[in-house]
Design a binder for this molecule. Structure first.
Ligand code: NAP
Length: 682
């Protein structure tokens, strides 16, 4: 079977015979792949001119719902993906990480839509006051880049590698071209076939290259983003492409990483933490046959526990049955192909020169249900390096398979030094029940790591483990790990957007951002905002309330109701050396009284008030002060119905500006209300 590429809205066969792709277990040919004849420049233009505009017209909420539909659709098709995944040498658990982990990323990014407004753009942070009079302010908006995301992926996660990336660029409103590593591209192709068949993504939002992508970077322009996951050598070669510099194209690199896990000095044999450590290291060595960018390559152990760790780990590794993943009882499958076996063998031979092999062999392997000579099988390999400050290969050479090195350390400072000798890693972990030790390690090692897991009995049951990047947390690492960052919730989405500072009057910025900016021209109406449905309210609409003069009786009554008898409210003789001139009204009274002024009590479209944000008491209110409220629609956030029976509603944020008789603000807050829609259908 010749894999097809998906380009310019069609499935296209590349020219020529293509590269042969093999079943990692049997060595039989599965498919061939070639991208010859594709015009990468045209594909990129197609994404920019067809996919981009369609995605940019959608709001974050619409894009998020699209991701959710896609996730549900792919979940339905997952059985088909599992059967293809076995051909890559993956076990059921490996495939689960790749396939359902990938789909999980779509779900997580779909939910992330709720943290964005139902708009095509995002307004970020606070305004910057730029003038004394308040007529000139600044703000930041983020709009989707008008280019294409080029994702060049590694072979080890053909599904997750694609989905974790496209989930983010699609939520941001940017189309993608995916280039999976050729060796396992048949699985990526199977998933893209379903994505395209679903019709859920707009035309031009996704294209696929099966085969070489040499030359693709010749066509990038300043609105594009390139992400690369793979070996440091390929990454470095691509990163210096002159087009990237000429056009200032962001290049996000996730390269190989010599991650470590540290056994805390407290975690001696017999403790829960010692067992957790052994389990985690064995898991990270053997899941995906060690072909994980986050796998534990360096096992840092207190010098007096090396033998204990070596024995316990050896016992667990001996139980790791290897073979055809579809056979009952097989715990570890094969590497992705014979080329990978050759590469790992070469690296193991280098490592063997400076450290002692204590478990496994390159020459002997027992497999279940397969022919070891035909499949890409390799035994787990464990080394001990007793001189890790001088024999440094273990900190430099990545064998991308089930290969790790035990490294002794004396004291936490040495553990930190050794961790840092990886020159920048995606992840490290420390297994300890001593939080002070954990803190010392984190503070010493964090700058060289993208993620740190602190594992102990308290969190072990629910821990997602050393090896799993989480969609809402940053994935990537400094230095050798490539210096990139991806996923990470809202942060990740922003990588595909341009941040622009906008400057102008509060009224103009209100109109652009759809968020009321203090000082903007108020829109007055004779109808109270609580009498209006969600659709009828306008951002900037302001209700000016009647007024109230605060009395001593108000303060005393509020103290009685609340039980708050703080001296400044209750004892006029106690105010020497304070900032108060008289008994001061409680801030909470001012806000409560403000509610009394702005609330329209009759039953209407407002369903409830569910909170308060950014409340500040900015000027003392003494008996005799007269207060009033300017009550302004600050922002409207559309909500989706959770079920057919749900009431259709949205969130309305109101700015509550409480001012005194000379017009100065005494308190300010934002209240959050839920307001019914006129149209109950959606
Ligand atoms: P690789 O050989 O560096 O290839 C990575 C990708 O680059 C493949 O898709 C490859 O395509 C493509 N490529 C190579 N030359 C190219 C060119 N001139 N133009 C455009 N694309 C080009 O890496 P790999 O062997 O697939 O993956 C294993 C490595 O990836 C390991 O070192 C591992 O540590 C690393 N990795 C890192 C992470 C992370 O998140 N940091 C995750 C997974 C893996 P072809 O397949 O067609 O050559």
């Amino acid at each position: 079977m010749k894999l097809k590429n998906y380009a310019l809205g069609q499935w296209v066969e590349g020219e020529g015979d293509g590269k042969s792709l093999f079943n990692a277990i049997t060595g039989d040919q599965v498919a061939t792949a070639t991208s010859k004849g594709l015009d990468f420049g045209e594909m990129m233009d197609y994404a920019r001119t067809v996919g981009g505009p369609k995605l940019r017209k959608m709001t974050f909420h619409e894009r998020g719902r699209m991701l959710k539909s896609l996730a549900l659709y792919l979940m339905d098709k997952k059985a088909g993906f599992y059967s293809v995944s076995y051909l890559t040498g993956a076990t059921k658990i490996d495939s689960w990480i790749d396939i359902e982990g990938g789909i999980g990323n779509l779900f997580a990014n779909a939910s992330l839509r709720k943290q964005f407004p139902n708009e095509t753009f995002y307004t970020e942070g606070e305004i910057a006051p730029l003038s004394k009079g308040g007529s000139f302010i600044g703000h930041h908006i983020l709009t989707p880049k008008q280019g294409v995301a080029i994702h060049i992926n590694a072979f080890n996660f053909p599904v997750w590698g694609m989905l974790e990336k496209i989930a983010v660029n699609l939520l941001a409103g940017v189309p993608a071209i995916v280039k999976p590593a050729t060796v396992t591209s048949f699985l990526t192709e199977a998933v893209v076939r379903e994505i395209i068949a679903s019709g859920i993504l707009p035309e031009g939002a996704l294209q696929l290259i099966c085969g070489s992508a040499n030359g693709i970077l010749d066509h990038v322009t300043n609105q594009d983003v390139v992400t690369f996951t793979g070996s440091a050598s390929t990454g470095k070669m691509l990163k210096v492409h002159p087009r990237l510099t000429e056009e200032s194209v962001p290049f996000n690199m996730e390269a190989d990483s010599l991650n470590c896990s540290v056994l805390g000095e407290d975690a001696i044999p017999g403790t829960a933490e010692f067992d957790l450590f052994i389990k985690e290291v064995q898991k990270e060595m053997t899941v995906k046959a060690g072909q994980k960018c986050t796998a534990i390559r360096r096992v840092l152990v207190p010098h007096n526990l090396v033998e204990d760790v070596q024995i316990a780990l050896g016992k667990r590794l001996a139980k790791t049955t290897i073979g055809d993943p579809q056979q009952e009882g097989v715990r570890m499958g094969a590497l992705a192909g014979k080329d990978q076996v050759e590469e790992v063998t070469e690296k193991v031979n280098i490592l063997s020169k400076t450290q002692e092999l204590v478990y496994g062999s390159l020459d002997k392997i027992d497999v279940i249900g397969a022919d070891a000579s035909k499949g890409a099988f390799i035994s787990p390999i464990l080394f001990v390096n007793n001189d890790p400050f001088n024999n440094t290969d273990c900190h430099n050479v990545e064998a991308f398979g089930p290969v790790s090195t035990i490294i002794p350390y004396k004291g936490i400072d040495e553990a930190i030094e050794l961790a840092k000798m990886g020159k920048g890693s995606l992840v490290c972990s420390i297994v300890t029940a001593n939080d002070q030790l954990a803190k010392e390690f984190v503070m010493g090692a964090a700058a060289l790591h993208g993620r740190i897991l602190i594992l102990n009995a308290d969190c072990a049951k629910e821990s997602t483990g050393h090896g799993s990047p989480m969609p809402l947390l940053t994935h990537g690492g400094p230095g050798r790990a490539g210096g990139g960052e991806e996923m990470g919730g809202m942060r990740g989405v922003k990588h595909y957007m341009q941040r622009t500072a906008i400057q102008g009057s509060p009224t103009t910025l209100t109109a652009i951002t759809n968020q009321y900016q203090v000082g903007g021209k108020p829109i007055e109406d004779v109808v109270h905002p609580f009498r209006k449905h969600f659709e009828e309210l306008q951002v900037g609409e302001t209700w000016i309330t009647h007024k109230h003069t605060v009395t001593e009786a108000d303060i005393t009554n509020f103290a009685n109701v609340s039980g708050d008898n703080f001296y400044a409210h209750m004892d006029v003789t106690s105010l020497d050396e304070t900032i108060f001139e008289d008994r001061v009204a409680h801030g909470y009274f001012i806000l409560s009284k403000a509610a009394g002024l702005f609330v329209e009590p009759k039953k209407g479209p407002v369903l409830l008030n569910y909170g308060l944000e950014e409340a500040r008491f900015v000027k003392p209110v003494y008996p005799g002060t007269t207060i009033g409220v300017k009550f302004t629609v600050k922002q409207k956030i559309d909500q989706e119905k959770r079920s057919e029976e749900d009431i259709a509603k949205g969130i309305v944020k109101f700015l509550v500006d409480v001012y005194d008789q000379i017009g100065e603000t005494v308190a300010v807050a934002t209240i959050l209300t839920m307001v019914k829609k006129l149209d109950q259908s959606s």
